[in-house]
Design a protein around this ligand. Structure first.
Ligand SMILES: *Cc1c(COP(=O)(O)O)cnc(C)c1O
Length: 359
């Protein structure tokens, strides 16, 4: 499915120099509608504009809203590369299925991403730490306050220019283990990217900030012992030192989001000669291994966070530092390996970097 464009020639005047994160939108958006009986409409590209919705729209009241987040980077040769769009399309399908919503075909998802990236790439400066963050979203559009699933849906694709998520440069972050709230539970929705997962985390985030931390570290909801993730990023720990180090991340138990960056890091760890390990690890065990000097690095990863070192943990009034509190060598090597792939300056045997195809 290719999109018809309602906009005139693409302006090349709007290069974003200081993007921040989440507000420097690019100029266009793509819309596709789904109607019961008729399926998907043609994609339409228009200037980014406000929506007009009925106040009784189902998605707004009952949370039938799923989304994705993926990035396009400028390669060192100047062309654009989209990072693993098919994997994001497949996860989007899973998220939509979980909310009893229709699934957008992978090809349609990728074609929409390609079209928007090519239309709006001129907003991206030459700064290699900047990227175009793409935000696909789908929601139920029926006007009804009956508690039921919608029969009509809208898919939208918009984008913003992204700088560093935690500011420029490689900053370490501190994390706050939440013993008050849970993000996800068995049988719930923690393993999909739906809007309803995020609003309940804001209060915990406020608690973390009040304790002087940047991020919440979520524990499993049943025993409140095991590490899960960070609410928008997955977590990794490094056990041991040098080439023999293990690169450890919590196993996917159905309550954490299977991050595409997480998956990439597991592969890159192996490529760098480390041992990738998925295991169930408790906060207690992590702390003990840190105290014994066995674990000396930790980092968060995600499309937005890329690879962000974690330096400090706050757990019920006690605080511990990981390693010497500075970004560690394994973390930095993985970060470089990842960003080299993003920019097309490292071999890409898995074909993860996708070249947007013009129509
Ligand atoms: C998006 C997200 C991640 C990171 O996933 P990526 O595919 O690597 O961007 C991790 N946890 C949660 C809860 C998320 O929403």
């Amino acid at each position: 499915m290719s999109a018809t464009s309602e906009s005139s020639a693409v302006s090349s005047s709007r290069v974003v120099e200081h993007p921040g994160h989440g507000e420097s939108f690019t100029e266009h958006m793509i819309s596709i509608d789904w109607t019961e009986g008729r399926g998907w409409s043609e994609a339409r590209m228009t200037p980014l504009q406000e929506l007009s919705v009925h106040p009784g729209m189902i998605g707004l009241h009952y949370g039938q809203v799923a989304y994705e987040g993926l990035k396009a980077h400028r390669r060192t040769d100047g062309s654009m590369g989209v990072w693993r769009p098919r994997d994001h399309a497949l996860r989007f399908q899973r998220s939509c299925r979980r909310l009893a919503m229709p699934e957008l075909p992978v090809e349609t998802f990728v074609a929409a991403v390609d079209q928007l990236v090519l239309a709006d790439e001129s907003s991206l400066s030459g700064d290699p730490s900047h990227s175009i963050y793409l935000r696909p979203i789908m929601f139920g559009t029926d006007t009804s306050l009956m508690l039921r699933r919608s029969r009509n849906y809208r898919f939208l694709l918009m984008a913003f220019v992204a700088g560093g998520f935690f500011g420029d440069g490689i900053e370490s972050v501190s994390v706050y283990a939440s013993h008050t709230y849970s993000r996800a539970f068995p049988g719930g929705t923690g393993d999909v990217k739906i809007a309803g997962n995020y609003a309940p985390s804001f209060l915990a985030q406020r608690e973390a900030e009040a304790a002087g931390c940047q991020q919440v570290l979520w524990l499993d909801a049943v025993e409140r012992r095991y590490l899960e993730e960070m609410g928008g990023m997955n977590i990794f720990l490094v056990r041991g030192h040098g080439p023999q180090a293990q690169v450890v991340t919590p196993r996917l138990t159905g309550t954490l989001l299977p991050g595409i960056t997480r998956d990439t890091i597991l592969t890159l760890a192996e490529r760098l000669g480390h041992q990738p390990v998925e295991e169930r690890i408790s906060l207690e065990q992590w702390r003990t291994e840190c105290e014994r000097g066995v674990m000396s690095e930790a980092f968060a990863c995600g499309t937005a966070a890329v690879v962000t070192p974690v330096c400090t943990v706050v757990d019920r009034g006690t605080t511990w530092t990981i390693g010497d509190g500075k970004p560690g060598p394994v973390t930095l090597a993985l970060r470089t390996a990842l960003t080299d792939l993003h920019h097309g300056s490292a071999p890409d045997p898995d074909g993860w970097l996708h070249s947007p195809a013009g129509r």
